[in-house]
Every structure is written in structure tokens, then in C-alpha cells.
Write a protein of this length. Structure first.
Length: 252
């Protein structure tokens, strides 16, 4: 399922996003780390981050390779499970549905035609209000993007960038989710969106004097004012994170 690249702290940006989801406020939320790779570190880190939000969270690592599951089982404990499986998303005995499934750097290795069936299979394992967070990031986690998918289909497209080292927002093009990565061409919505981000980033270059965060905030404000269906949340913007309605970027 995965190549196995599992650098520590690689998924901190998406974990930070998951920690804000309403599902984490449930009494005993179940969160799945699907396709965690050669090391179970991402599942461990996910749990550590979410425990700060809800001390009763349960994290389930799922991998398709037996040796990777075996490594996870060596560190399993109450609240941290490891199971063998793929997109069908097996769950521990007594757990009917998951509240959140995080599938990162998994689908990028498949064909685009595999995306919709995989989404549907994973979403079928979610509770009524559950969400699938599917996306990708670079090796050290400074460039990341994902789609939030529910039972009603894809809802949001989010990018999260390390502002201190950012040259231009379209750097995320190489780390777009599989559903979008082949559509970053003229005439497609996601191409227009990234172009608008780059143009706003260039326009607000003088604000670099006050720091990358101020420049990025101005970019987010500009796109919102221009009519892009941006989720207005300055606290998230300050983290280099920006979410837009899926309709604004979905493939033609």
C-alpha cells in the first residue's frame, strides 16, 4: 500500500487539523491511521497529539503488509491498536465504525481512477458524521495538502505550508492529492486556484518586511475578497493552512 517513507513528525500539519474536528469532541472517538508505512511512528504521534484534545481517543493503525503490522503490535497498548488491512479499513472487535480515517501518502501511488472507489470504501467504514482525510505531503512535512471527504462526498481542499521557507504557494502542486495532481493544467479549477495564490503572494511581497505570516494573511484575505469560497479562520491561516470548498478546485 505504501512505499514506507515514515519520517518522524512528517504528518504534524494534518494531525493539527484533525485535532480541531468535531469528531474529537465525542466521548470515545476512534481515529484510523491507514497505510502508516514501514514504521508505526505516525500512529504513535497521531495519538499523542489527539490525547491532548481528548484523553479517551483510540487510534488504530492499519497496514496491508504483515511485517509492518507486526512492528506496530510490539508497541500496541490500550487505545493504540494495529490491524492488517487496506481500504476496507478493519476495526478492532467491538468497534463498529470509525470517526476519522487519515489516509496519507497512500493513494498517490495508485491510478486516478482508483481514487473514487477507495474513497467510497473508506467512507463506508465511517460513522454518520465521520470524515476521511486523504492527502499527501513532502518528506519532512513542510508542504502538505488533503481533501476532507464525508458520506456526501468531498467537501474541502486544504493546503498547509511552512511559511518561513515558502517561495510561492504553488510549491504544493507536486504534493496535490491524486484526485487533483493530474489536473493542475490550464483550464482546470485547481490550476486557476494555485495561480491566484501565487499572484496574491507576489502582490503582497512588500509585506515580507513584517514577516511571512503577515504576507500569507494578506493572501488569504485577498482570495476571500475575490470570491473564492475560502474557510475564513485567521487562526488556521497563521499556521500556513488554507481550506477552500471542493467545488472551487474539483476536476472538470
Amino acid at each position: 500500500m505504501t512505499r514506507g517513507t515514515t519520517n518522524p513528525n512528517r504528518l504534524r500539519r494534518v494531525d493539527r487539523f484533525i485535532a480541531t474536528l468535531p469528531a474529537l469532541k465525542k466521548p470515545n472517538p476512534v481515529v484510523v491511521d491507514l497505510g502508516y508505512g514501514a514504521s508505526p511512528i505516525t500512529a504513535v504521534e497521531l495519538r499523542e497529539r489527539l490525547l491532548k484534545v481528548n484523553p479517551r481517543v483510540r487510534v488504530v493503525g492499519v497496514e496491508i503488509e504483515k511485517d509492518r503490522v507486526a512492528k506496530g503490535l510490539e508497541i500496541a497498548e490500550p487505545g493504540l491498536d494495529f490491524l492488517l488491512g487496506g481500504f476496507e479499513t478493519p476495526l478492532p472487535a467491538g468497534v463498529a465504525k470509525a470517526d476519522v480515517i487519515r489516509a496519507f501518502n497512500v493513494l498517490r501511488q495508485y491510478d486516478e481512477r482508483d481514487v473514487k472507489p477507495a474513497w467510497e470504501l473508506m467512507v463506508s467504514r465511517l460513522g454518520q458524521d465521520g470524515v476521511l482525510i486523504e492527502g499527501t505531503c513532502n518528506e519532512i512535512g513542510r508542504v502538505s495538502s488533503w481533501v476532507t471527504v464525508t458520506h456526501e462526498g468531498p467537501k474541502l481542499f486544504t493546503i498547509s505550508l511552512h511559511l518561513g521557507t515558502l517561495e510561492q504557494p504553488s510549491i504544493v502542486a507536486e504534493r496535490l492529492p491524486k484526485a487533483l495532481i493530474h489536473h493542475n493544467v490550464a483550464g482546470e479549477r485547481v490550476h486557476d486556484y494555485l495561480k491566484a495564490l501565487d499572484q496574491a503572494w507576489a502582490t503582497h511581497a512588500p509585506l515580507s518586511t513584517f514577516g511571512a505570516v503577515q504576507r500569507w494573511l494578506a493572501v488569504c484575505e485577498s482570495l476571500t475578497a475575490a470570491g473564492w469560497p475560502i474557510v475564513v479562520n485567521r487562526k488556521r491561516w497563521r499556521l500556513g493552512e488554507l481550506s477552500v470548498d471542493w467545488s472551487a478546485v474539483r476536476p472538470s
